[in-house]
Design a protein around this ligand. Structure first.
Ligand code: ZN
Length: 150
């Protein structure tokens, strides 16, 4: 299903891994949550600036594999300007894309995140791709200071 796009996708992931977007410590962040994926060793700290229920800015720090770094880099770009509800809806679609049934995948709905669709073929890498989103989920719920995928 993804064969034609595979090369382009890998190029985007490679680019985001090499030049992560929004890679800095946000001093004035309203939310700060650490995420850890012990299976792979991916670690990240997510920073959010909020205006009411709207995410006005997002950044991250940390180190991880190419998939986790590309995923969080893409996520910090795409969630800027979204409300909490919109971000959670996008997480649900992203989750379906990486773990759900093939007929449930809506690549148009996830926009640029479609480059990570290939991880569904590698179950061990799904947690690398979803770590950023689980961390965002915790940050939006403002419940915990750190999360782990295990
Ligand atoms: Zn990883």
């Amino acid at each position: 299903m993804f064969d034609d796009l595979r090369d382009l996708y890998q190029e985007v992931i490679f680019d985001h891994n090499r030049n992560p977007r929004n890679f800095y410590v946000m001093e004035e962040a309203d939310r700060k949550v650490e995420g850890f994926n012990p299976l792979c060793g991916d670690r990240l700290t997510l920073f959010l600036k909020m205006d009411g229920d709207k995410i006005t800015d997002a950044s991250f720090q940390g180190s991880g594999c190419a998939i986790s770094t590309a995923s969080v880099s893409l996520m910090t770009e795409i969630v800027k300007g979204l409300t909490e509800v919109e971000a959670e809806a996008l997480f649900a679609k992203f989750h379906a894309m990486t773990t759900g049934k093939e007929e449930e995948i809506d690549l148009e709905a996830v926009g640029k995140l479609a480059v990570l669709a290939g991880v569904r073929e590698y179950p061990a890498r799904v947690k690398c791709a979803t770590l950023a989103w689980h961390t965002l989920d915790a940050a939006l719920k403002n419940e915990q200071a750190s999360i782990s995928t295990e």
